[in-house]
Design a protein around this ligand. Sequence first.
Ligand SMILES: Nc1ncnc2c1ncn2[C@@H]1O[C@H](COP(=O)(O)OP(=O)(O)OP(=O)(O)O)[C@@H](O)[C@H]1O
Ligand SMILES: [Mg+2]
Length: 248
Amino acid sequence: MSEPAAVAQGADVVASIRDVSKLYRLEGQEVRALDRVSLDLRRGDFVAIMGSSGSGKSTLLNVLGCLDRPTSGSYVLAGRDVARLDDAALSRVRGRTLGFVFQSYNLIPQLSVVENIALPLAYRPRQPGDHGRCLALARLVGLADRLGHRPTQLSGGQQQRVAIARALVNNPALILADEPTGNLDTATSHEIMDMLAALNRAGRTIVLVTHEPDIAARARRVVRLRDGRIESVTENPADDRESHTGDS
Ligand SMILES: Nc1ncnc2c1ncn2[C@@H]1O[C@H](COP(=O)(O)OP(=O)(O)OP(=O)(O)O)[C@@H](O)[C@H]1O
Ligand SMILES: [Mg+2]
C-alpha cells in the first residue's frame, strides 16, 4: 500500500513538511507522536485534522506552528527551512508568518477587545496604520460596537472572534486553530466556522484540529491521523461545506 497523496509541488505551497517524525522519550519509553508525516498546504487551502485522542493532531499543529521542532524530517514555511531554527528565530517566524486560534481563546483579561487584537503587533516597531487596522479587523469580526469591552464582558463566540481578529493582524501566511469551536455550542461553532470559511474564500490558508465531523465537513480537505501517521486525506464536496447553522 502506498502513502496517501498529501504531497503536491508548486510555487503556491505555503507550508511543506516531509517525513516529519516527533519522538518523545519518557522514562525509557518511546512515543512516536508523529511518524514520517508529509503534507503540503497550498495558498487558500483549508484543512481539518481529525483523529482519535493521542493520534498526534496537536503535535502536528505545534510543528506547523513552529512551537515545536520535529525530531527528524523537513519543514519549509513561506519559503524558509524552519526545522532547525533556534528558539529566537522560530519565535520571529511565528510572529511574522502565523496566526493562532486556541480552544480557550487565550485573550488577555486586562486588555480591551481592540488591545487584544493589537497584541501580535507589539513585537515589531509601531506603524502609522496599526490602530486603524485593528479597528477594521474588529469590524470584520462583527465587534465594532464592543471595542472597549474586556474578555469577561463578552460571550464565548465573541471572544473567539477577537482571537480570530488577533490571528489576522499580522497578515499571516497561515492560520492555525486547535479545536477553535471546542468550547462553543453548535450554533456559535457554525458562526465561527462561517467566519473561517469566509476568510478562506478570501484566500486565507487555514489548518484546524477538530473532533467534530460537522466542523471538519466545512474544510476543503480532511487529514485523518492514526498513531502519528496520515491514515487518509479526503476532499469535501463543495455543497457539504455550506453553513448548517440553525439546522436541527
Ligand atoms: N510532551 C510530551 N511528552 C511525551 N509524550 C507526549 C508529549 N506530548 C504528546 N505526547 C504523546 O504523543 C502522542 C500524541 O499527542 P497529541 O497531543 O499530539 O495527541 P492529540 O491527537 O492532539 O490528542 P487529543 O485529541 O487528546 O488532543 C500521545 O500519545 C501523547 O501521549
Ligand atoms: Mg490535542
